[in-house]
Write a protein that binds this ligand. Structure first.
Ligand code: C5P
Length: 237
């Protein structure tokens, strides 16, 4: 545990605390699980630990492949130390297969596999239901610069190449995911988390969902499914 530590923000599944180093924060993964902009909530025993370990593994995996992240080290089963970022208020989503909000929004068939991954920006705003936005909204409202937009698109697709390959060789399909970036010393770093709370993962053989869709759709065995994915990827939990 760090010394005197103050809560600076409480998200739906994680809390952020100050540390004795002003450039670093302590990220605590809680068992809380939420969906539909916080309208559905439950605490799922053990989820905080799986997600903290999962995220540490993925962040290290990406760092080793040249993606700079905010992750510094894990601190305990449910806590990690990260660089303090100035987060951009946008979510970057990459989709390899059509499902979820894309199909609801455009009325397109589920399961279409894209030749080129599809990229979307959303505004982080629960009250508005995280609306879809375009590059022009981001520059017009000063949420990010053109360079930052290009960086986020390129990095998020680069992440897709690395992680799709990782999941694929472990008999899993990375269907889609959301990532976020923040500013740190004139650069953008990958922030927030990469866990089954923020991506869709299907078993390659059975097609079964092993991610937060289990919670959204009341399929049960949410944490158990996250653990199955973690074990397949060789994550020590
Ligand atoms: O809901 P939608 O189909 O747009 O989600 C696309 C991907 O982004 C999914 O993997 C979902 O878990 C993730 N996502 C997220 N947080 C949000 C919205 C989407 O992690 N606020």
């Amino acid at each position: 545990m760090t010394k005197k530590s103050e809560l600076i923000s409480e998200g739906k599944a994680k809390s952020l605390y100050t540390t004795s180093n002003t450039n670093e924060l302590r990220m605590v993964y809680r068992d809380d699980t939420s969906a539909f902009d916080g309208k559905k909530k439950e605490a799922l025993l053990g989820k905080g630990e799986v997600n903290n370990r999962f995220n540490a593994f993925i962040m290290n995996y990406l760092e080793e492949r040249g993606v700079e992240t905010h992750f510094i080290r894990d601190l305990s089963e449910t806590e990690s130390i990260v660089k303090k970022l100035d987060m951009l208020p946008v979510e970057c989503v990459v989709r390899n297969i059509a499902t979820g909000s894309l199909c609801r929004r455009l009325g397109v068939e589920q399961g279409i596999k894209f030749d080129e991954p599809l990229f979307e920006f959303f505004l982080k705003n629960d009250d508005l239901g995280d609306p879809l936005i375009n590059d022009n909204h981001i520059t017009a409202f000063g949420w990010g610069t053109e360079d930052e937009i290009n960086f986020m698109k390129q990095k998020t697709k680069e992440i897709n190449v690395h992680l799709s390959e990782l999941f694929d060789k472990n008999n899993l399909i990375l269907v889609d995911y959301k990532v976020e970036y923040g500013r740190y010393e004139e650069k953008l770093l990958l922030g927030d988390e990469f866990t089954p709370d923020g991506c869709r993962i299907w078993d390659k053989t059975t097609g079964e969902s092993l991610d937060k869709d289990r919670f959204r759709k009341d399929l049960g065995d949410v944490v158990e499914s996250y653990q199955i994915v973690a074990h397949k990827l060789g994550i020590d939990i």
